[in-house]
Every structure is written in structure tokens, then in C-alpha cells.
Design a protein around this ligand. Structure first.
Ligand SMILES: NC(=O)c1ccc[n+]([C@@H]2O[C@H](COP(=O)([O-])OP(=O)(O)OC[C@H]3O[C@@H](n4cnc5c(N)ncnc54)[C@H](OP(=O)(O)O)[C@@H]3O)[C@@H](O)[C@H]2O)c1
Length: 323
């Protein structure tokens, strides 16, 4: 019997970030709240934030909005959710107690509700000595039952295997690994890559930026209006080369009467990963709702794999991700 596909979560980077997402409280907050409610109603259970989603005057904005939205739900609905955040291993956060203050601040912004704490990125490329004590410190919090689950983000297969072994020796499990994964970022799926290691070690694989920042929604076209700033520049560069993939996605979408976005999400699930699309408007949740109602077969997945493999360009890799 085929195993059940992974669920779908939601990301909240755009709930506080100005640089890429041009977040403005007065312009976005009411739609964000409506998107949260629609996502919960659609069956989304995992919500992902970070202590760096909102800096300066907006420090921790995404966590704060998420905490308020969760707190407004009836208690029975709150219980079903998994609220996750990521702590940034900034250079001044060192040692086994290096995350203590950041953890307490995130949990307070989330209204006391924090189910999974995640290391935001690996420091292996520039300060390899830093991440071990930080992970041990987070494991101390799990052991003290301050937080139930531990996750890691932006880590490669070699390093993941190492920390899995070290933490397992003290009885601490890594619940999830979160990496960039979409039809335009498929490194995780390489043989021996993190998808294989997660499957072997029983770690949930979470796909971030599953829509390639919105590029895989099919909404944007070469020559048409594009988002402002860095996202627009990236789209302008990538769009001309990816039209064969977008056409293949649109064909699969038409066969199932769903949006192209839903194809992007279910391709991640077909590869065993939980996508966490960024959602900031209630209408964007419709694609999530659709995705729960169908699943692509292996022939459709292979058609998309093939179309993606033919492309010359893809999303830039996260520079912090380790081997
Ligand atoms: N661990 C990490 O280092 C890391 C890095 C990046 C992201 N993440 C996490 O992953 C989450 C998702 O990734 P992401 O936000 O970077 O990008 P994404 O999910 O690939 O794209 C999100 C954007 O796509 C557009 N979109 C969403 N639904 C749509 C729909 N139905 N139709 C058309 N457009 C739609 C929206 O843009 P518009 O609103 O502008 O239309 C939305 O903000 C983040 O929020 C964050 O939680 C983690």
C-alpha cells in the first residue's frame, strides 16, 4: 500500500521582512491574519517562523503575529498545531547557553507557545566550532522539557548525520530538517543527499521556498509586471529559461483542475517532503486546499523531474548550507 504523503505547512518570512517581501504592518497585517485562519481551516498544522523575520523596529514581528493569531484560536484548535521557530546562530550567540536569551524572547513573542526550536543555519562554512555547543544547549532545553522538539535548517547530509549521532547518544532526536527544495532547487534529492539521510534516520524533511519565492506559481511572465526589488531581479533573470517547466506544470495543473502552485507543492510531497509555502493572503490558501485533495502519480512526477533537469538555471543555493 502506498504511504500517506507528507502534510503541508506554512511559512511566515513575509510577515515581517522588508527587504525581500516589503512588509508593512498597515498594508499586510489584516490579510496575514485572514491567511492564517484560512490555512488552519484548510488543514495546515505546521507554522514556521524565525527570530530574524523582522529586524530593527520590526524585531520578531513574524513571531509576534503568529503568537497572536494562535492565541486567538479556540483551545482545541491550538492544541492541533505545531508552532516552530528558528534561532539564528549570530556570531555573538556562542557556547552551550548561547541561545538561552534568544529562545526565551522567541517564546515570549509567540505567546508562550513553541513546539519546535530549530537551528536556522549551519555555521560549518565559517565557524564550524559554533553550532555543536548551540545544538547541545537546545538539547538541554528538550531534556528539561522546556520545548518538545528540535529541528535543524540549512545543513547538508554529512553534518546532519554527525549531529544526529551525537545527539542520539544523549537520547535527543532531531525531528526535522528544513532545506530549500523546489522544482528549481533540487540538491536535497541528489543520491546520498539530505532526502536520503532523512529517510534513513527518520527525520521529517521540510521544503522551504517550495514556490521559488512565488516564481513557480505561474503568476509571473517574462515581459509582464514583476515584484519590486531583489525578487523582481531574480524573476527577470530566471523567467525566460524556465518556461518549458512552467508549461509542463500548467499541463499537470489543467489535468487536475488546480492552480500551478498546487503542482509545485505536491511535487515536494511526491518526493517525501513537507512544503511550507509562504502565505500572506487568504486567496493564496486555495492552492493548499486543492493540494490536500489530489496527489500526482509517479509518471507526472517524473515528467516534472525531467522538465526541471533540462533547465540551465535554478534558485541560488543558500550560502550557509553545509555539506
Ligand atoms: N530555513 C531557511 O533558511 C528559510 C529560507 C527561506 C524560507 N524559509 C521558510 O519557508 C517559507 C516559505 O518560503 P518563502 O516564503 O521563501 O517562499 P515560497 O513559499 O517559495 O513563496 C512564497 C510566496 O509565493 C507567493 N504565493 C504563495 N501562494 C501563492 C499562490 N497560491 N499563488 C500565487 N503566488 C503565491 C506569495 O508571494 P506574493 O504574496 O508576493 O504574491 C508568497 O509570499 C518562509 O516563509 C519561511 O518560513 C526558511
Amino acid at each position: 500500500m502506498a504511504s500517506k504523503p507528507p502534510g503541508i505547512g506554512a511559512g511566515t518570512w513575509s510577515w515581517g521582512n522588508r527587504f525581500l517581501w516589503d512588509y508593512r504592518p498597515e498594508r499586510h497585517d489584516s490579510a496575514i491574519n485572514a491567511a492564517f485562519a484560512a490555512a488552519v481551516a484548510a488543514g495546515v498544522r505546521l507554522f514556521d517562523s524565525a527570530d530574524s523575520y523582522g529586524t530593527g523596529a520590526l524585531e520578531g514581528r513574524s513571531e509576534r503575529l503568529l503568537g497572536q493569531a494562535v492565541g486567538a484560536l479556540p483551545a482545541a484548535q491550538q492544541r492541533d498545531l505545531v508552532i516552530a521557530t528558528k534561532l539564528a546562530p549570530f556570531p555573538w550567540r556562542v557556547g552551550r547557553r548561547g541561545f538561552d536569551r534568544a529562545f526565551a524572547a522567541s517564546r515570549a513573542r509567540l505567546g508562550g507557545r513553541l513546539d519546535r526550536v530549530q537551528l536556522h543555519w549551519s555555521t560549518a562554512r565559517y565557524a564550524p566550532w559554533q553550532e555543536g555547543p548551540l545544538l547541545q544547549g537546545l538539547s538541554d532545553l528538550l531534556e528539561a522539557e522546556v520545548v518538545p522538539q528540535l529541528g535543524i535548517s540549512n545543513m547538508g547530509p554529512r553534518r546532519l548525520r554527525r549531529w544526529h549521532g551525537e545527539l542520539q547518544r544523549r537520547g535527543v532526536a532531531i525531528t526535522s530538517l528544513q532545506v530549500q527544495l523546489s522544482l528549481l532547487a533540487r540538491e536535497a534529492l541528489a543520491p546520498g543527499g539530505v532526502r536520503d539521510v532523512c529517510a534513513e534516520l527518520g527525520i521529517e524533511l521540510i521544503a522551504y521556498s517550495p514556490l521559488a519565492l512565488g516564481l513557480l506559481s505561474g503568476r509571473w511572465q517574462t515581459g509582464g509586471a514583476l515584484p519590486s526589488g531583489a525578487r523582481g531581479s531574480l524573476f527577470r533573470r530566471l523567467l525566460p529559461g524556465i518556461s518549458p517547466l512552467l508549461e509542463e506544470m500548467a499541463a499537470v495543473a489543467a489535468e487536475h483542475w488546480v492552480e500551478t502552485t498546487s503542482v509545485a507543492l505536491n511535487w515536494c510531497r511526491a518526493h517525501g517532503a513537507t512544503p511550507i509555502p509562504g502565505l500572506r493572503r487568504p486567496d493564496q490558501v486555495e492552492a493548499v486546499r486543492q493540494s490536500f485533495r489530489w496527489m500526482m502519480d509517479s509518471e507526472e512526477r517524473q515528467r516534472l523531474d525531467h522538465a526541471a533537469a533540462m533547465l540551465q538555471n535554478g534558485m541560488p543555493a543558500n550560502p550557509f548550507s553545509s555539506s
